[in-house]
Structure formats: C-alpha cells, structure tokens
Design a protein around this ligand. Structure first.
Ligand code: Q46
Ligand code: ZN
Ligand code: ZN
Length: 310
C-alpha cells in the first residue's frame, strides 16, 4: 500500500481514518494531530507552563516529545514507585526516562514515593487496608496526590498525561458497564482546574495505542516495553480486548464510542447535574481537595501505613 501523500510505501494504515502514510508523513502527522486536538479542546495556550507525567513508556515519552516539538517547553515528572520485586520495573523505567530527558535537554523532576513517605508502593500496599489484593489502589491514590501537589507547587498551568484512546475507551467501557455516574461525569480529555486540582489534559486521547507505539518506534524513542508487573490481569486489559474485538469487525468503533460519549455529554448535558452537585472540602492535613470532610483519602491511607510500619 502506498502513502496517501506521496509515492513512498506506507508504514501504517489507519482504517478508522481511511489513511495510509509513509514513515516521514506519519512522523509529521502525529504532532500535527496533537496540535489540532490541543487547539480543538483548548488544552493549553502558547506560553503555558506544562508538566508531563512520564513513566518511561511509549505514550508518555512520545507525548513529552510532541509537546516539546510543538514549543511548549514541557517539564517531565517521574514518580518512583519502588516496584522492583525481581522485575526491575522501576529502576529500568527511571533510567529510560532520564536518558530521554538528557538526550533532548528536557527538565525532569523525580519524586520517589519511598523517600517522600517512607515506604515503596508494594510495601505500602501490604500495610494498607486499601491494597490487600493489588497495589493499584494505593498506587493510583498516591500518584494523583503527588502529581497535583508538584504541579501546584511548581506553578504549572497544566498537567498532561499520555493516555491514548484505548486507555480512555476501556475506562469509559468499565464506567458504562457499571453505570458509575460519578466517574462518567468526571471522565474526559480535559479536566479544568477547580476545587484545588490543577488542569489535566490528555492530548493523545484520539490516537489508538498501535499508533503511539508505531510513532515511538519510528521516531527512535527508546522506551520501556515491559508493563508494570501489577498491570497483568487488570480489568482494563480485559475491556481493551473486548473493544479490540469490536474494532476488528467495525473499524472506528472505539473512536466513535468515545467521541459520541463526549458529544452527548457536551450537547445533551446528561451528567451535568451530577457534575454541578459535586462539592469538595479541603483536607485539614495536606490542603488538597477531598470529597470526605476532614482528612483526605491519601492522608488517611498513608497514616494507616505509617502506623502499621512502626
Ligand atoms: S497503578 Fe497498578 Fe499502574 Fe501502579 S501498581 Fe503498576 S499497574 S503502576 S498504571
Ligand atoms: Zn508519504
Ligand atoms: Zn490530605
């Protein structure tokens, strides 16, 4: 198959767009689409101080690179989780991220959970009432807290994450299957800054996972191939498989599922009452927003972990 824009051989065929591109045209198509998404969804303005959450994986490094190409001068934030039980996951991902930052002259902030709070994520999970099965619950809570804290403290206007369409559609699928109205009301590619949360954006939300992987490979970005060892067996992986089955029969199904959700939310205003009904307090310990009055879930969880460790 030939590239739609020149005579070269196509390296990727995006059936949902009926578009095949050669390497050179694909490498310029991705940043131009990223820029288009950012403008269309008013994600960031020129001159905004942007922080990118980076894990060493293909999506976050490709996003960091794209924001840099688009002139945002983005800083990276890597959170060290201490997941090194034989897999070497955290050490390896930090190394890859540091090398990437050095290669492109980008500023990287490293926050280590153990240094900050006294336990690695696997240790904290074993000590916490929230994490008896898997560390993901305490991990997610801790990452969200650190990202918001560092973004606010550093005076960043936006926090960007590398979620792609497969990630977003899988979350939407799970939220819909369970009719989690609260989660649905807060799901979207842009979460405006309010209630003490920094503005969050997902500039890659219209790219399929295979497209960000192809981009990272063709662009020569060295990334960590391994997933976090705890990701295995996660529900989101099962949802992704189901959506891929749909997509195989109907190219574009995933994109349509997610975009029609966003349209319904924006135009029909369904879920608006839920969103407007949300009110948050300020945690009396860390000052971050909380839905429970008094102390936030992060502070309560880490208090329990610290006392269990004593
Ligand atoms: S939540 Fe769970 Fe992830 Fe944390 S413990 Fe690993 S899989 S990294 S996105
Ligand atoms: Zn071409
Ligand atoms: Zn708190």
């Amino acid at each position: 198959m030939k590239c739609r824009k020149c005579d070269q051989k196509a390296v990727i065929h995006m059936r949902q767009h009926k578009l095949a591109l050669c390497k050179d045209h694909y490498l310029s198509w991705v940043p131009s689409q990223t820029s288009r998404t950012m403008k269309e969804y008013e994600m960031a303005h020129p001159g905004d101080h942007v922080l990118v959450a980076v894990s060493g994986g293909k999506d976050s490094l490709a996003l960091w690179y794209n924001l840099y190409l688009l002139g945002y001068a983005p800083d990276g934030l890597y959170i060290g989780l201490g997941i090194d039980d034989g897999s070497g996951y955290s050490n390896e991902s930090l190394k890859v991220t540091k090398d990437f930052a050095a290669e492109h002259g980008l500023h990287l902030i490293v926050a280590d959970v153990e240094e900050l709070y006294g336990s690695t994520i696997p240790e904290a999970a074993a000590l916490s009432p929230r994490g008896r099965e898997k560390p993901c619950s305490v991990c997610g809570l801790t990452k969200r807290h650190i990202m918001n804290h560092i973004a606010l403290e550093g005076g960043y206007d936006v926090l960007a994450t590398g979620h792609n369409l497969d990630d977003e559609a899988a979350v939407l699928f799970g939220n819909t299957l369970n009719w989690q109205i609260g989660y649905l009301s807060r799901q979207g590619p842009v979460l405006e800054s309010k209630y003490g949360f920094v503005k969050k954006i997902k500039p890659f939300f219209r790219f399929y996972e295979r497209e960000t992987a192809a981009y990272a490979l063709l662009q020569g970005i060295e990334y960590i191939y391994a997933e976090c060892p705890y990701a295995e067996g996660a529900k989101s992986i099962y949802y992704k498989e189901q959506l891929n089955n749909l997509e195989a029969n109907r190219p574009g199904a995933k994109l349509a599922f997610y975009l029609s959700f966003l349209r319904a939310k924006a135009n029909d205003g369904f879920l608006r009452d839920v969103e407007m009904g949300t009110s948050l307090d300020v945690c009396n310990n860390c000052g971050q927003p909380t839905s429970a009055p008094g102390t936030c879930a992060f502070c309560r969880t880490w208090d329990t972990i610290r006392s269990a460790k004593k």
